[in-house]
Design a binder for this molecule. Structure first.
Ligand code: NI
Length: 415
C-alpha cells in the first residue's frame, strides 16, 4: 500500500521499478514514488499515442494529473492543457514551461515492452517524454515553487506546426514573461544538456508548384506542352538555389519531396505537381528561398512552354535562442547537473519546431536534453526505432523546473 494519497491519484505505478540511470543531481530531485509515477506515466502515454489534434485521452489524462498536483487547469485549443502552479509571490512575472503531446503516423519497431498498442501510430519524436517532463517539472515546483506563477503548457499538434499558434491564439499565455521548452535528443547521452544562444531549429515552409501544360498522345509530342519534361527541368534548376544563389556559409535546404503527373505510358498529361520543403535559419534566407523558387519555376516553365503556379505555405519560423534566456537555461542546467553537463550543440539542425511561434511573442530558450542510454545508439527522431532513455525523463523535468525558478527570480529582480 502506498501511504501518500496524492501519489495514488497520479498513475498506478506498482509494476514500475524506480531504478533509473540518471545523474544524481536530477534523480535526487524526486522521491522514489514520484520517479515511479513519472516512469509509469511515460509508459502509459507511449503505449497509447494519439495523432495531432486527436490527443483526446492524452489531454484528459494530463489535465487530471496536473489537477491532482494542485494545478489550476484550463483546457484550451481543442486538446491543449494549461495548468497554473502558484509561485511564492502572486505579483511576480509568470514563466511558462511547454511540453508537446502528439504522436506520429509511424508503425513502431522498438520492441519495447511498452511499445505502442495503436497500429500505425507511435511516439517516435519523444513527445511522451516531453509531456512527462512538464508533469515532473510541476511536481518539483509544487515542492519548491518559483518566485512567480508557472504555467505548464501541454501542447497538441506540434508535428503539424499548428499547436503553438493555437495555444497563443487562445490567450492563455498572454502576459507570460519567459517560456522554456526542450526536445529529447539521442545524439547526446543522458545527463548532457544543450542550452545555448543562437540558432537551434530551422524555418520550415512548404511549396507547391503546379505546371500547366497541354496534354496529347504520347506519340505526338509536337502537339503537346509537356509538363513532365518541364517538371524535370524545374527540379534540376531548383538545386541551383542553395548551390549558386545563397552564401555557402549560410545553411539552407530546398527539397522536392513529391512529384505527381500522368496516368499512362502513352499519354502526355495536362499538368504536373511538385511539392517540397524550404529550410532556413534566418528571415532573409527564408525569404530568398521563396523568391528563388517562384522565379525559377516561372522562368523554366516559360522556357518549356508551360505555366507555373507556385504557392507557399509558411510553416514554423526558425528558433534562435536569445542570449539572456539561454544564460538562464544554462544556469538552471548547471544548478541541477553541474557545469560539465552543458555541451555545445555542434550541429546545424534543419528540422523545424513549432516552439518558434512562442518565441516570436515571448522571449525564451529551447533546449536539447540528452536521451541516449549508456552503450546505446544515436537513433534519429521520427525513426520507428526511436525511444528516449528513462533517465532523460528526470533530467528534463528537473532542468525545466529549475529554468522556471531561475528565470522567475531574475525577472522579479528586474522589475
Ligand atoms: Ni518532436
Amino acid at each position: 500500500m502506498r501511504s501518500d494519497p496524492r501519489a495514488t491519484r497520479v498513475t498506478p505505478s506498482s509494476s514500475i521499478p524506480v531504478r533509473v540511470e540518471a545523474p544524481s543531481g536530477a534523480r535526487d530531485q524526486f522521491g522514489d514514488e514520484e520517479v515511479a509515477q513519472l516512469l509509469a506515466l511515460r509508459r502509459e502515454l507511449h503505449r497509447h499515442p494519439e495523432l495531432s489534434w486527436k490527443e483526446y485521452a492524452t489531454s484528459d489524462r494530463l489535465a487530471a494529473v496536473a489537477e491532482s498536483l494542485g494545478g489550476v487547469v484550463v483546457r484550451v485549443a481543442n486538446t491543449g492543457v494549461v495548468a497554473r502552479f502558484r509561485g511564492e509571490d502572486p505579483t511576480a512575472p509568470v514563466v511558462a514551461l511547454r511540453g508537446d503531446i502528439d504522436a506520429l503516423p509511424i508503425q513502431e519497431a522498438t520492441g519495447l515492452d511498452y511499445a505502442s498498442a495503436v497500429p500505425g501510430v507511435m511516439h517516435a519524436c519523444g513527445h511522451d517524454v516531453h509531456a512527462t517532463w512538464a508533469i515532473g517539472a510541476a511536481m518539483s515546483l509544487t515542492r519548491r515553487p518559483a518566485r512567480g506563477d508557472v504555467l505548464v503548457v501541454l501542447q497538441p499538434a506540434e508535428e503539424i506546426g499548428a499547436g503553438a499558434p493555437a495555444i497563443l491564439a487562445s490567450g492563455a499565455l498572454d502576459g507570460v514573461a519567459a517560456i522554456f521548452g526542450a526536445h529529447v535528443d539521442r545524439r547526446f547521452a543522458v545527463g548532457q544538456v544543450v542550452a545555448e544562444a543562437g540558432p537551434l531549429a530551422a524555418s520550415a515552409d512548404a511549396f507547391t508548384i503546379t505546371l500547366h501544360g497541354r496534354g496529347a498522345h504520347g506519340a505526338r509530342p509536337h502537339e503537346a506542352a509537356d509538363p513532365i519534361v518541364a517538371a524535370a527541368a524545374v527540379i534540376t534548376a531548383l538545386q541551383t538555389i542553395v548551390a549558386r544563389r545563397l552564401d555557402p556559409a549560410v545553411p539552407a535546404v530546398c527539397t522536392v519531396g513529391s512529384i505527381h503527373a500522368g496516368v499512362a505510358s502513352n499519354v502526355i498529361p495536362e499538368q504536373a505537381v511538385l511539392t517540397g520543403t524550404l529550410r532556413a535559419m534566418d528571415a532573409h534566407t527564408r525569404q530568398r528561398l521563396v523568391d528563388e523558387v517562384k522565379r525559377l519555376a516561372a522562368a523554366v516553365a516559360d522556357a518549356y512552354g508551360v505555366r507555373a503556379d507556385v504557392t507557399v505555405e509558411h510553416g514554423t519560423p526558425p528558433i534562435v535562442n536569445p542570449a539572456p534566456q539561454a544564460a538562464w537555461a544554462r544556469t538552471a542546467a548547471a544548478n541541477v547537473l553541474g557545469d560539465a553537463a552543458i555541451v555545445p550543440f555542434g550541429i546545424t539542425n534543419m528540422g523545424g519546431e513549432d516552439f518558434a511561434f512562442y518565441m516570436e511573442r515571448i522571449p525564451g530558450c529551447f533546449l536539447r536534453i540528452g536521451a541516449r542510454e549508456a552503450g546505446g545508439e544515436s537513433v534519429a527522431a521520427h525513426s520507428p526505432r526511436f525511444h528516449a532513455a528513462d533517465g532523460a525523463i528526470l533530467v528534463g523535468a528537473a532542468v525545466l523546473a529549475e529554468c522556471a525558478r531561475v528565470a522567475s527570480a531574475a525577472l522579479a529582480e528586474q522589475r
